[in-house]
Design a protein around this ligand. Structure first.
Ligand SMILES: Nc1ncnc2c1ncn2[C@@H]1O[C@H](COP(=O)(O)OP(=O)(O)O)[C@@H](O)[C@H]1O
Ligand SMILES: [Mg+2]
Length: 327
């Protein structure tokens, strides 16, 4: 792919003539930037570097979101393939965090070829299939403009646990639970109903006020802290977060199960619960949203032969690059 750009750039004029198209100046300059500053490999972290302050990360997210919007409508074969790939990775990571042992390749095989993996339990297969189904379901909800409410939450939880734990699927718990490895003790089951009513009240009161990334983060954190289900709280709350992000035009945001990401995720949840400090969790999720936007943009900005899209993004990148040089 990158080689492809390189080839195009070496003879960008020839390319334009041959294809009989005119690549806008900003896109040309952007492609030049990749070659000169990034050794032929687009790395948006160069332009949107890691930041400590939440407000600055949210500003970057805002810019990256507007950038993504400048490529709309997002359609075509390369976009469909990209979405399928992200869905596989997200399904793999969200089930791995929770203990599933299928590899990414095995997850993709189960989803795309319907094969079973020798030596792996039926339960592990269902976890993968169910998660993808729940993900497809939230996309439908977004497409149909359905509002988030209790029924939707229980439907998603039902999809996650169906064929696995029929008695608990789609129902709040009626026993007390512990979160392994955590100091946080979820509330007794007697309080779950009330706390969940408050949860939805919070959503109704804040859905049009809060920054959407913060809203999605809050609905994720509040849900896992109440822990309303016997199992599947993590997967369900990550899907609710994504439902809200998708409703606001963000791409699916993944929390990786690799490297230290899972530990970081647990640590900032623990800090939110035991030290009454949500700032680390807010930053953690904002950075994950930023990463999702960057991954998406890194692919769509150099692929596809669309020449009229992405003006905002290309201009923004050139602006960031100029500012960086001045610093
Ligand atoms: N302090 C905490 N430490 C670790 N995980 C926590 C903590 N508080 C809430 N959680 C959530 O609990 C989830 C695990 O709960 P569980 O019901 O087993 O969900 P799932 O089966 O989907 O993983 C984690 O993925 C995480 O989202
Ligand atoms: Mg579990």
């Amino acid at each position: 792919m990158i080689k492809n750009i390189d080839k195009r750039l070496n003879s960008i004029d020839t390319f334009e003539k041959k294809e009989n198209i005119k690549i806008p100046d900003t896109k040309k300059k952007f492609l030049q930037l990749i070659i000169t500053e990034m050794n032929n490999k687009l790395n948006l972290l160069n332009l949107f570097p890691n930041e400590e302050k939440l407000e600055i990360i949210l500003e970057q997210v805002n810019d990256l979101k507007k950038s993504l919007d400048s490529f709309r409508p997002l359609e075509g074969v390369h976009i469909d393939k990209l979405n399928d790939y992200f869905d596989e990775v997200y399904t793999y990571d969200s089930t791995t965090i929770e203990g599933n042992t299928l590899t990414l390749q095995e997850t993709a095989l189960v989803l795309n070829k319907g094969v079973t993996i020798g030596g792996k339990s039926l339960r592990e297969h269902f976890e993968i299939i169910n998660h993808k189904e729940a993900l497809d379901h939230i996309k439908e909800i977004v497409k149909n403009n359905e509002p988030f409410n209790k029924m939707i939450l229980l439907d998603i939880h039902h999809l996650i646990l169906k064929n696995i734990d029929v008695n608990s699927a789609g129902k709040y718990r009626n026993i007390d639970v512990m979160i392994s490895g955590s100091q946080h003790k979820p509330p007794t089951y007697l309080q779950v109903q009330n706390l969940m009513d408050e949860y939805f009240n919070f959503y109704e009161e804040n859905k049009d006020k809060l920054n959407p990334v913060i809203l999605a983060t809050e609905m994720h954190e509040r849900l896992v802290t109440i822990h309303p289900f016997t199992d599947g709280n993590g997967r369900t709350s990550r899907l609710i977060m994504n439902l809200i992000l998708l409703q606001h035009g963000f791409p699916v945001t993944n929390i990786s199960s690799q490297n230290n990401s899972r530990e970081d995720y647990y640590n900032c949840l623990e800090t939110a619960q035991t030290k009454d400090d949500k700032s680390l969790f807010h930053k953690f999720i904002a950075n994950n949203v930023k990463e999702a936007l960057i991954k998406y943009l890194e692919i769509i900005s150099v692929n596809g032969d669309e020449t009229t899209k992405g003006e905002y993004f290309y201009t923004k990148c050139l602006e960031y690059s100029n500012n960086k040089d001045k610093k």
